[in-house]
Design a protein around this ligand. Structure first.
Ligand SMILES: [Zn+2]
Ligand SMILES: [Zn+2]
Length: 157
């Protein structure tokens, strides 16, 4: 974490009339130390492992601030649970999301990016950002038997 990031974080907290605390600092540190797409709960567990006493409410609130300040990307993958990823460590990418196991695969395709820019400009549209989320089944889940077979009560005599 650089001093620039620290200052940015402090300013963002101040805008919400919040102070920098060791807990909030630990949340930022945890977020910047990960390259996964994690739920609030994952971050909560990670902090507990580090013996940081922090509530889920504080994590949620801090994540919102980190999102506003551009530290994290908040992803709605359609299952009602937001995922957060470290935005600073990464260049732009989009996501494929497995509907069965929740696996998230990142991709970046220059041609898609280029076409998007072109389509926007053809329409006189000033593009600020975009997000692609492709939904389907990952390789491992395609190989599994249908879900009904697995969850059905054992009926073998
Ligand atoms: Zn899967
Ligand atoms: Zn990602």
């Amino acid at each position: 974490m650089t001093t620039k990031h620290l200052r940015q974080f402090k300013d963002a907290l101040k805008q919400d009339s919040l102070r920098m605390t060791s807990q909030r600092l630990a949340i930022l540190d945890d977020v910047l130390g990960s390259e996964e797409h994690r739920e609030c709960d994952d971050i909560y567990l990670s902090l507990r492992q580090k013996k940081v006493p922090v509530s889920r409410a504080t994590i949620y609130r801090t994540l919102d601030i980190l999102e506003k300040a551009g530290f994290v990307r908040k992803m709605d993958i359609g299952d009602g649970r937001f995922r957060y990823e470290n935005k600073l460590a990464q260049t732009h990418h989009d996501h494929m999301i497995c509907l069965k196991c929740g696996k998230i695969i990142e991709f970046m395709d220059r041609e898609i990016e280029r076409r998007q820019d072109q389509i926007a400009s053809d329409n006189g549209f000033h593009l600020v950002k975009h997000s692609h989320q492709l939904y389907g089944l990952c390789g491992a889940c395609q190989d599994l038997p249908a879900a009904e077979d697995q969850s059905a009560p054992a009926s073998k005599a």
